[in-house]
Design a protein around this ligand. Sequence first.
Ligand SMILES: Nc1nc2c(ncn2[C@@H]2O[C@H](COP(=O)(O)OP(=O)(O)OP(=O)(O)O)[C@@H](O)[C@H]2O)c(=O)[nH]1
Ligand SMILES: [Mg+2]
Length: 214
Amino acid sequence: MEIPVVKEILSANDQIAAENRAAFGASGVFVLNLMASPGAGKTSLILATADHLPKTVRPGVIEGDLASSIDADTIAARGLPVVQINTGGNCHLDAPMVRSALPSLPLDEIDLLFIENVGNLVCTANFNLGADRAVVVASVPEGHDKPYKYPGMFAAADVVLLNKADLIEVFEFDVDYFRRGLEMLNPDASLFVLSCRTGEGVGPWIKWLLSQRG
Ligand SMILES: Nc1nc2c(ncn2[C@@H]2O[C@H](COP(=O)(O)OP(=O)(O)OP(=O)(O)O)[C@@H](O)[C@H]2O)c(=O)[nH]1
Ligand SMILES: [Mg+2]
């Protein structure tokens, strides 16, 4: 009796995720679900990516946080359309939350929508939002063992961005060890090593992203 309750919750979320996906598709919006630990660089990645996009690709943003509009204010200051979702304590976004944000976004004026999920390396991977790609941002200060210790998140990724590459030497970060951990879990995931601070490595990520939009 207890298992059907869990199934119902998940299938209700999946149903609404499918509706979100249909709404995005109808407006021609390609959607990224950005997942990472707190402070890995999700907001920085949105800004660095937006700076490097061709003018024909218009970005928009949904910001998910437990509380505050700090990230949405940062994005709005850069002139991008943005809506903030406060989860009120939930450690992840879900499909109904994303759906509730859609009327506040000019979807017909957006080609690439970033959904910045709540900073959390566990829960966020379990909820389908209706996005086209799952993007996991890892960062050098978190340590090179993260794929081994948080396998669910790395297994769910379509692409992993290893951010803060400018700190690799300071943290004695072993990129090959990190890469092997990811390959073991998820051989199909692409990996890009980059720095939102210096711009190093951002070009290949943008190239991959544009190729995915088809
Ligand atoms: N050295 C360095 N610092 C970075 C880089 N990218 C981001 N940071 C810094 O890391 C901190 C966190 O960056 P954010 O972009 O706010 O991270 P976030 O994942 O959006 O954080 P939350 O939304 O709070 O979970 C900020 O102080 C950034 O300036 C980078 O490539 N190198
Ligand atoms: Mg952020």
